[in-house]
Design a protein around this ligand. Structure first.
Ligand SMILES: C[S@@+](CC[C@H](N)C(=O)[O-])C[C@H]1O[C@@H](n2cnc3c(N)ncnc32)[C@H](O)[C@@H]1O
Length: 477
């Protein structure tokens, strides 16, 4: 079969489905989504199909289908377990010029139902010509992750402006160039990033002036704690399309490897007390690069809004009128705790979780210790390695027991992850004895005990790291 790809309007047309099992169920969902008038005939049906019938979304006839049921049918789908019935109805339908999809024997029918990616009003249909529907679904799942969720909104933006575009640009060639620039530039990114009103205004202005706005924009993207598989779909897309990247030390090598070969890379540092570029200079650098018309990727470890100074960077962008969007990332606390098998909250042991900086502006650890030194909560200290002795001393002094469980998680979520468990009392010693280096996260609270039961992610370095003061904690609840 070498079929023609066709989208058919089945609104209010009678579509008959013979069979009501799982395969029929999938086809019925597609028909309902296309607002077809659906009739299902089968001696028994899946609960989901019965539910649709009860809700009046389709008509269900509880019996075997017969020839007379083909009367008035626009599209027939045969998907019953009765091969002879399927074959007979397919033949009869074809003789009557009824469109027929034979679910279990695609080539017997004359219509294939493809796997579809929906980005309303856009639909991407995948057909394997009946060779392997499973392969079609696999391909669809892969494409789902690369076609942005807001792609349909982009189509709506284009549709709403087409008439104005035709008036403004008589020549078809100019129109095409204009649209290409719009759909690859900041206006399209605004739509995908959920800033549709701003995009509408910018597009109207661009059409009126007949000038495509400069492509300059900034993507403030959270790269997560290290494992590239933890990037969001949007982060992956923006990483691929940037012209220049301004990145921090914490962005892992496998994530840097995702950048295009020709991308300009600027290291912004952020090592403790050794910032390669001062924060204010980074803010202005982003503005300057965007003003040069570049798509600037500001790539940060973890989440840009958690101890990431993302707020300061976007404040400067806003002041300078630079288009930007923020893409959240998995913050170190979430990523490291999950990969270490330590739940941050637990019904019995921790009803709250506090993310705390262990490194304050003037270099001292000056926190509200009364608020922090409570049982039944988990404390997660970022940048706390150097201040760890002081942190432990203060927590004990303010009421936490010296044997409160604590963990150090180094290079969490990466193949170099190491987890050291101990107590508030012995944590500073552990750091020296084990030569623990940054980036390290400190987790304090009863939840740390649960690692004994819940650990799942193992690396070679993690295995070596384990025989520590944990012995004191083996009486896990
Ligand atoms: C400046 S903060 C940045 C936090 C980041 N914005 C986030 O949301 O994870 C840097 C600190 O995060 C922690 N950190 C970040 N990534 C880590 C990782 N993979 N393993 C352990 N700690 C990490 C360390 O405590 C490090 O000193």
């Amino acid at each position: 079969m070498n079929p023609l790809a066709l989208f058919v309007d089945v609104r209010d047309r009678l579509c008959l489905v013979v069979g009501a099992g799982l395969v029929a169920g999938r086809k019925i969902e597609a028909l309902l989504q296309a607002n077809a008038r659906v009739r299902v005939i089968a001696p028994e049906a899946q609960p989901a199909i019965l539910e649709h019938a009860q809700e009046g979304r389709l008509e269900y006839l509880e019996r075997e289908a017969e020839e007379k049921d083909l009367e008035g049918v626009f599209l027939l789908i045969v998907a019953s377990n009765n091969a002879k019935l399927n074959e007979r109805l397919t033949k009869l339908a074809r003789e009557r010029n009824i469109l027929v999809n034979a679910a279990h024997q695609a080539k017997a029918g004359n219509v294939l139902l493809p796997s579809v990616i929906h980005r309303d009003p856009i639909q991407v249909a995948i057909s394997t010509g009946g060779a392997s529907p499973m392969l079609g679904r696999l391909l669809r799942d892969q494409l789902e992750s690369v076609i942005p969720g807001g792609f349909g909104r982009l189509a709506a933006l284009v549709e709403n402006s087409r008439a104005r575009m035709r008036e403004a640009f008589g020549e078809r060639r100019l129109r095409r160039r204009f649209w290409e620039a719009i759909l690859n530039g900041p206006i399209a990114e605004q739509v995908l990033g959920g800033q549709e009103d701003e995009a509408q205004i910018a597009l109207a202005a661009a059409i009126e002036r007949g000038v495509v706005p400069s492509a300059g924009e900034v993507y403030l993207v959270g790269a997560g704690p290290g494992d590239p598989d933890l990037l969001t779909f949007r982060a992956q897309r923006l990483i691929r399309q940037a012209d220049v990247v301004v990145y921090d030390r914490l962005v892992s090598e496998p994530i840097m490897a995702l950048l295009r070969q020709d991308v300009e890379k600027i290291y912004a540092g952020k090592e403790r007390d050794r910032h390669a570029i001062a924060q204010e200079s980074i803010n202005h650098l982003l503005v300057r690069l965007a003003q040069e018309g570049k798509r600037v990727l500001r790539l940060k470890g973890g989440d840009p809004m958690v101890f990431g100074r993302g707020g300061e960077e976007i404040a400067t962008l806003m002041e300078e009128g630079i288009a930007f969007q923020i893409v959240p990332g998995i913050t170190a606390a979430n990523g490291c705790a999950s990969y270490a098998g330590i739940p941050l909250t637990h019904r019995d042991y921790a009803q709250a979780c506090i993310f705390v900086t262990g490194h304050l502006k003037d270099g001292s650890v000056n926190l509200n210790w009364e608020m922090l030194a409570h049982s039944n909560q988990t404390l997660v200290f970022y940048m706390g390695l150097a201040g760890c002795p002081e942190i432990c001393r203060q927590l004990i002094q303010h009421g936490l027991a010296g044997d409160t469980p604590a963990a150090l998680i180094t290079r969490g979520t990466t193949p170099q992850q190491q987890v050291f468990t101990g107590t508030l009392q012995d944590l500073p010693e552990l750091i020296t004895a084990r030569d623990v280096a940054p980036p390290t996260l400190i987790v304090v609270g009863e939840v740390v005990r649960l690692r004994e039961q819940l650990r799942w992610y193992q690396t070679d370095s993690d295995v070596q790291a384990e025989p520590t003061a944990t012995e004191t904690l083996t009486d896990a609840p």
